[in-house]
Design a protein around this ligand. Sequence first.
Ligand code: NAI
Length: 271
Amino acid sequence: MSNNLLKGKRGIISGALDSNSIAWKIAEKASAQGATFTLTNAPIAMRMGEIKKLAEQTKSEIIPADATNVEELTNLFSKSQEVLGGKIDFVLHSIGMSPNIRKNIPYAESNYDFYMKSIDVSALSLHKMLNVAMKMDAMNEWGSVVALSYIAAQRTYPFYGDMADAKAMLESIVRSFGYHYGKARKIRVNSVSQSPTKTTAGSGIKGFEDFFNYAQAVSPLGNASAEACAEYCITLFSDLTKMVTMQNLYHDGGYSTTGISMEVMEKFVSK
Ligand code: NAI
């Protein structure tokens, strides 16, 4: 169903790798709500070719950019304005990667070059995107930037490794840059803290399946799906949420405020 919530809006959507990606669902919903946008991902992700299907489906152009590279981000914002015919109204940051997690290195033994890479790709890239957009004055007033985060930024999840630190930094950048960009151009910056979701990045975490089931048992509404996350992000890109900024918004079926659920308790009840 479309309410044309994003009619006439121009966007940049990062992070669509395959049809499981949260960004993929966001692109589909943004298109259905009347937005036009460019798609971007690291050049290496292009080789998989999947993103071309999404580009055809949503009539979007793909502009490769490594989100850690300021020059490539500058090209992304400049080409996007050219292709879309004006300033940008919304940006999705849906980027995360940890070489330590990929290589199964325990948190306490993190390789520091990898650690820096995790921070650069998963957190600093948001700062770089915002910095480039602000310098170029590439966004319309009341524009909206959304980054995807995870509750390991607030509470410890031992298997989430250095990504927890990257997400804590990402959420801090949301607040800090949100202040400056809000003052300068009335741009809104928020993060959405999403339930565990079965995607390439998600499933890369050790024990993901068990943890997914645990979160499902804790959350009164169950885990939020990628589709539901996409719908929430659409509201944040729309004019209906104009005064929401510098927030970390939980989209998790109630997980973050549930102490314990009956389903989990039952496993510990003495017979
Ligand atoms: P995904 O693997 O489909 O998306 C991650 C994307 O980051 C990929 O498209 C990848 O190519 C891109 N990327 C990696 N390095 C990059 C770079 N240097 N430059 C540009 N792009 C780069 O997985 P998913 O789950 O859709 O992840 C999207 C976001 O959602 C991430 O920030 C992730 O941490 C977050 N998130 C995911 C959850 C999950 O359980 N799947 C839960 C909460 C948040």
